[in-house]
Design a protein around this ligand. Structure first.
Ligand SMILES: Cc1cc2nc3c(=O)[nH]c(=O)nc-3n(C[C@H](O)[C@H](O)[C@H](O)COP(=O)(O)O)c2cc1C
Length: 321
């Protein structure tokens, strides 16, 4: 079963992917870029261009899928053509982002509000010449407010030949809270006319094994926060070799160096690393069996890079790594 690294805006940018694929080369079949916004004038930001530039993605060549955010057929068609020229065979459309500023523009999960408009949009896309050379996949939630919305959404998706329908079985209002709705996912799995993939709350090898045994014909299992917390999770799934704390430390140090390529200001790196510590911190264990939380707290409240570095050093020392 294919394992993919979910798009995580602000985290899994190319610097992160390079560190990850270098230190944990086994297990990830594909990495999705965080969403690239497509603009009216058929363009994406310079920063987003760097996300997909071949020189920044040599280590993940052939495994990178650009994800786009737009709700306009002509912009999707433009992206299919643009990504094709850049050597990509697939483009993924974000229909899941729950953030208010995105939803209010009817993008991300905001696209799920009007299935009839979605139908019109995909009718145009699938009539285009561009869809003949570049496949389109979607990453979707099951609705905005009510899980029952999935029925209409899926009847639209089933009308068109997507190469992959990745389902995060939560509604928008849940954000990333609460349990994924496995009953609805089961319905989607059994009724999808397209290849279907699962995403949501896979934090351990057991979580992965459970999903795969229940849904053996999935195209792909996509993992986000579970991989940020435990970057060795995919390797553990495929080889059985769990990540050690020393490996996690090396990864954090490599990641920090890689981020510097894109983000020169030390202060900004510190903020990014604090966000990452929120996820990875719990994978460290102190040698004396005391709580790790106070050490993580010190990292998260550090006010400048020097305080940050001290707090990180203290955590490593307490864990004997
Ligand atoms: C910080 C953060 C950034 C995210 N950025 C994106 C994104 O750019 N595109 C996207 O489709 N989903 C994004 N997501 C959603 C994840 O890809 C994934 O669907 C979600 O975290 C649920 O999967 P998980 O339980 O394995 O983490 C983001 C989630 C988080 C927490």
């Amino acid at each position: 079963m294919r394992i993919s690294y979910a798009p995580m805006e602000g985290i899994t940018i190319y610097c992160y992917r390079n560190a990850h694929s270098r230190l944990f080369p086994e297990g990830i079949d594909r990495y999705y870029t965080p969403f690239l916004s497509v603009y009216k004038q058929h363009a994406i930001k310079k920063r987003d261009m760097r996300e997909i530039a071949p020189e920044n993605n040599a280590l993940v060549e052939g495994r990178l899928i650009p994800q786009i955010m737009t709700n306009k057929a002509d912009e999707i068609i433009w992206a299919l053509s643009e990504m094709h020229e850049r050597g990509f065979e697939e483009v993924n459309l974000n229909m899941g982002c729950p953030v208010g500023t995105v939803v209010s523009k009817h993008k991300g999960s905001g696209m799920l509000e009007e299935p009839a408009a979605l139908d019109e949009l995909f009718a145009q896309v699938f009539e285009s010449e561009e869809i003949k050379h570049t496949a389109l996949s979607v990453k979707t939630r099951i609705g905005l407010k009510d899980p029952k919305e999935y029925l209409e959404i899926f009847s639209v998706l089933n009308k068109y030949p997507f190469c992959n329908v990745i389902v995060h079985p939560r509604v928008r209002t849940q954000m990333y809270q609460g349990e994924p709705d496995m009953e609805i996912f089961k319905w989607a799995y059994e009724n999808s006319k397209n290849p279907i993939s699962y995403n949501g709350n896979i934090f351990t090898k057991d979580d992965y094994d459970r999903i795969v045994s229940e849904f053996p014909d999935l195209k792909e299992v996509m993992i986000g926060r579970g991989l940020v917390a435990n970057p060795g999770l995919a390797r553990e799934i495929v080889t059985g070799q769990a990540m050690g704390q020393d490996e996690l430390r090396s990864f954090i140090e490599t990641m920090e160096k890689e981020y510097k390529v894109e983000i020169p200001a030390e202060e900004s790196i510190m903020h990014k690393m604090k966000e990452i510590w929120f996820y990875v911190g719990g994978n460290f264990k102190t040698t004396d069996g005391s709580e790790i939380e106070p050490y993580i707290h010190k990292i998260r409240v550090s006010k400048n890079p020097s305080e940050y570095r001290n707090a990180v050093r203290n955590l490593y020392r307490s864990c004997g790594v």
